[in-house]
Design a protein around this ligand. Structure first.
Ligand SMILES: C[S@@+](CC[C@H](N)C(=O)[O-])C[C@H]1O[C@@H](n2cnc3c(N)ncnc32)[C@H](O)[C@@H]1O
Length: 395
């Protein structure tokens, strides 16, 4: 049950965002993990601590990497504390490290949603007190060690959260725009689009540049987390620095010049500046071109390619969002023949004004907002159903 030996076989769970489970499984397959099980908002596999380090660095579509410690059934609230007291928490970390308990609870056994986390925290502190006379402090904001508690009715799963801060904290973002996109969502959108990583890529609403940066890192085969320094696994007792250093040094950090363009633009010059600053320190900075322009003035940089965009959802007063989405549809038809155009938006009504029938639709979340991600294939000659005005469809 200690599960700290780096060669031991352990159960690894990669948590993700609703709607990205399938692409996460595909990504894991490409990384060499042929055997994995797709769950709700997660994918599970068996591996070693070496895999845990490797996955934290390389996986783009996961929020965190968990290592299962123990599963058990409980009869009531107190049972959670009792069972957690049986675990030697001092074998995982030392009392000079701060910790936190996070996770998800779906159980009628608890009257208050935060209570199970409190019970587990108390058990961890009490085990430390009993065994060492000392106790670790809790840090809710930036804990060094994180435990994951998952309760489904009477079934409890306790895990080590080896990532700590979510993996969308890539370490490359210095500037945050008004409505920045979650980096894991951005990586997922690129995978869902099926972009071949060797043809033109456009984001004409690029904001702080998240989608463009994720696309360029993917095409260059550089891990999205190459700039990230913090991982909770570095604070566990079993941390093997040599093993981590080996994995980090093996990862590609250099980008060749691409023979296809990756271009982005935004109407707001401050956003363009922000995107350029975010790009600056990255090895792919020369592979991405960003400029200030309204989307409908952008010219396609090659005959074929992929466009992914996250236009405004229309939260601002006075914004004529329906007209903008209608113009976007017209621009796709007139300018982007040969392109696969993907739009993500939380504004279902506005999406209908694009006026083209989507070839596919995926439901996902960007933060707390439920979004629809839609593909519009614009054929070279004419669009198959160019005359079809899309006014009735729903997700
Ligand atoms: C939801 S944000 C995109 C966020 C971006 N994906 C990121 O990661 O930061 C929408 C962006 O569209 C830009 N925008 C609004 N109207 C535009 C227009 N007509 N043409 C181009 N960009 C526009 C805004 O300045 C804003 O940065």
């Amino acid at each position: 049950m200690i599960l700290l030996n780096t060669m031991e076989n352990i159960k690894i769970t990669l948590k993700t965002i609703f709607g990205l489970e399938k692409v996460l499984k595909e990504e894991l397959e490409e990384l060499g993990y042929k055997q994995s099980e797709q769950l709700n908002r997660a994918v599970q596999l068996m591996g070693t601590w070496e895999d845990v380090y490797f996955l934290n660095l390389h996986v783009r579509c996961a929020i965190c990497v968990l290592v299962e410690l123990k599963t058990f059934k409980i009869r009531d609230e107190k049972d959670l504390y009792k069972q957690a007291m049986k675990i030697d928490w001092t074998s995982y970390f030392t009392s000079d490290k701060t910790f936190a308990v996070r996770g998800a609870v779906q159980s009628k056994l608890f009257s208050h949603t935060q209570y199970p986390y409190l019970l587990l925290k108390d058990a961890i502190v009490d085990v430390f007190r009993d065994k060492t006379g000392d106790r670790p402090d809790v840090s809710l904001k930036s804990p060094q060690v994180v435990f994951d508690l998952y309760i489904k009715e009477d079934f409890v799963t306790l895990s080590l959260n080896t990532s700590g801060a979510p993996l969308f904290h890539r370490g490359y973002r210095f500037e945050v725009g008004e409505a920045p996109m979650n980096e894991v969502v951005a990586a997922g959108l690129i995978r869902l689009s099926g972009w071949d990583k060797k043809s033109a890529f456009i984001d004409p609403f690029c904001g702080s540049g998240t989608i463009l940066i994720e696309a360029a890192l993917l095409a260059a085969n550089i891990p999205s987390n190459i700039e990230r320094v913090h991982y909770a696994f570095k604070n566990f007792k079993n941390y093997n620095e040599g093993l981590w250093e080996g994995i980090y040094h093996k990862a590609n950090k250099r980008a060749e010049t691409f023979d296809f363009p990756i271009i982005g633009s935004d109407i707001d010059s401050d956003m363009v500046l922000m995107a350029k600053r975010n790009l600056r320190g990255l090895p792919i900075s020369r592979n991405v071109t960003i400029s200030t322009a309204p989307f409908n003035e952008v010219k396609k940089p090659a005959d074929k390619g992929t466009l992914i965009c996250n236009p405004p959802y229309g939260m601002r007063i006075g914004e004529n969002i329906e007209e903008m989405y209608a113009e976007l549809g017209d621009w796709f038809k007139n300018e982007l023949k040969g392109y696969s155009c993907w739009v993500i938006s939380a504004n279902e009504d506005a999406l209908k004004h694009i006026g083209l029938k989507p070839d596919s639709k995926v439901k996902l979340y960007n933060g707390d907002l439920e979004c629809s991600y839609r593909q519009y294939t614009i054929f070279d000659g004419f669009r198959r159903d160019a005359m079809h005005r899309d006014s009735t469809e729903t997700i």
